[in-house]
Each structure stands twice: as structure tokens, then as C-alpha cells.
Design a binder for this molecule. Structure first.
Ligand SMILES: [Zn+2]
Length: 265
């Protein structure tokens, strides 16, 4: 029985890897992009309906979030086009919203659904620093990090339930796994943290988008220094999902020469 159980697991995993062109690796994927993007879109609408979205177009911060978001997305489109990978972005519908919330946080859901909290703008001193944050979040989405966490959470669910019931009511299950992976729509703090490896990947690609968008990627250094000091005091929400290591700034500095090759002044 145990053997059968693990064989089923092995089959599910083998049958469920998707190739990510950005990293050139196979990733665990128990759910298709179309399914995940549909769930993402509906969770995003729910979230925006329940939140204080700042929609005044005259608001300078709203304008900045829109401007930085568009530039980052342009950079991503360019990078993918240069490498003949545009089709990977076909189903993305990018959106950027500023939400009134004192927490230091920002995120990007699968399919390009971005939220910046007003709280993080008290940490970012310049537009380039906001670009670093948004570039980091967009990278998590492009690298399918949320999807991998969702797939892991689905496997955990499969482990505790009979397979037959696990595959029934797919959309309810998708929502529940989504909530676990993102902590959105649930109590604050339930979100699974990204792994250190995912953080490093998001930092590196984020610096590339920042540079291509015309912002100096070196501005990442004072930003992360300030963020890491703040994380010691009151542990902003951001660090629950984006664990920072003592080596983060060192790793960013080491990667900077590569990022600078993309910098268009
Ligand atoms: Zn992160």
C-alpha cells in the first residue's frame, strides 16, 4: 500500500513538470497556467473589492506605481522577445494597483496581477527603489514560484486525502491551495515563505528588469540595507514571505556587474 502510494506520487510528479524557459529548468506543476491564471484573476478581483484601492489618477504615488509597473513590463517583454520566448507571456494580463495599507508589502500574483501597499513607499526613497521591489515581485510570478508552492501544497493535500476526493471540486481546491501559497484571502501571515533559492532568483532577474527599465540597479543596495534594518525591528509582512539572509546584499553586489550590462541610462 505504501509502495503504491509513493508510486502514485512519483507518477503525479513525473507527469506534472513544466519547462520554464527563463530558468531553463523543469518545475513541479500540478496545475495549468490557464487554470492558475483564472483563479489568480478572481482572487485578485476579490482582494481589490475588499481593499482600499487608491484610484485617484492625479495621485502622484498612483502615477509612480503605474509608471514603474509599465516600464518593468516593457523590459520583460523586450527580454522575452530578444530570446524568442514571447509566447510564454501570451496569457499575462498585467495590472498595477496601489492599496492603502500601512504594512510594508507588495506582491504579484500569477498572470501579472500586482499590488503595492502604501506602507512599502515609506521604505522606498526613490522611484528606482520601487522598481527594485516591483521587479523582484514580477520575477516571482514569471519564474512560477507561486505555482510551485501551490503544487507543493496540493501534494500535501493529496497526501492527507484519498485521491478521489482530492481531484473532485477542482476550483474550490485551486482556491484553497492558492490561499495557502499566497496568504491572500486568509488571515495575514499564513502565506508560505519563498525559499532562499527563489529569493535569489527573484533578486537577480528583478535587477535585470530594473536596469532594462532605465533605473540604476545599484539602488537595490541601500534599499535592502534599509529593509533589513527594519526587519529586525518590527518584521514587516514583506519578510514573512520574502525571507532575507545575511548574504542577500553580498549576493546582490556580486551579481551587479551582470545586471549593469542591461542598464540603459
Ligand atoms: Zn521574494
Amino acid at each position: 500500500m505504501r509502495y503504491l502510494f509513493f508510486s502514485l506520487f512519483a507518477i503525479i510528479i513525473l507527469a506534472s513538470c513544466a519547462y520554464n524557459k527563463l530558468t531553463g529548468t523543469n518545475q513541479l506543476s500540478l496545475i495549468s497556467d490557464s487554470e492558475i491564471f483564472k483563479t489568480s484573476d478572481s482572487m485578485y478581483r476579490d482582494y481589490l473589492n475588499k481593499s482600499k484601492v487608491i484610484s485617484n489618477r492625479e495621485n502622484m504615488d498612483v502615477q509612480m506605481v503605474q509608471r514603474v509597473g509599465k516600464k518593468i513590463v516593457q523590459a520583460v517583454n523586450q527580454y522575452y522577445a530578444d530570446r524568442n520566448m514571447q509566447s510564454q507571456l501570451n496569457e499575462y494580463r498585467w495590472e498595477y494597483h496601489l492599496v492603502q495599507n500601512a504594512e510594508v508589502n507588495a506582491w504579484c500574483m500569477p498572470g501579472g496581477k500586482i499590488v503595492v501597499y502604501t506602507g512599502i513607499l515609506s521604505m522606498t526613497k526613490t522611484e528606482a527603489e520601487l522598481a527594485v521591489i516591483m521587479g523582484h515581485e514580477v520575477s516571482h510570478a514569471l519564474l512560477n514560484h507561486g505555482k510551485q508552492r501551490m503544487s507543493q501544497s496540493m501534494l500535501l493535500n493529496l497526501g492527507s486525502l484519498a485521491l478521489s476526493s482530492a481531484v473532485s471540486d477542482k476550483s474550490a481546491r485551486a482556491r484553497s491551495n492558492f490561499e495557502i501559497a499566497y496568504g491572500i484571502g486568509t488571515q495575514v501571515g499564513l502565506a508560505l515563505p519563498f525559499s532562499r533559492k527563489h529569493e535569489t532568483e527573484a533578486d537577480q532577474f528583478g535587477l535585470i528588469w530594473t536596469a532594462m527599465a532605465g533605473y540604476n540597479p545599484n539602488e537595490a543596495i541601500p534599499l535592502w540595507q534599509r529593509m533589513s534594518i527594519a526587519s529586525g525591528n518590527d518584521v514587516p509582512e514583506f519578510f514573512r514571505t520574502h525571507p532575507t539572509g545575511v548574504n542577500r546584499i553580498k549576493a546582490i553586489k556580486a551579481y551587479m556587474p551582470q545586471a549593469m550590462k542591461f542598464y540603459k541610462q
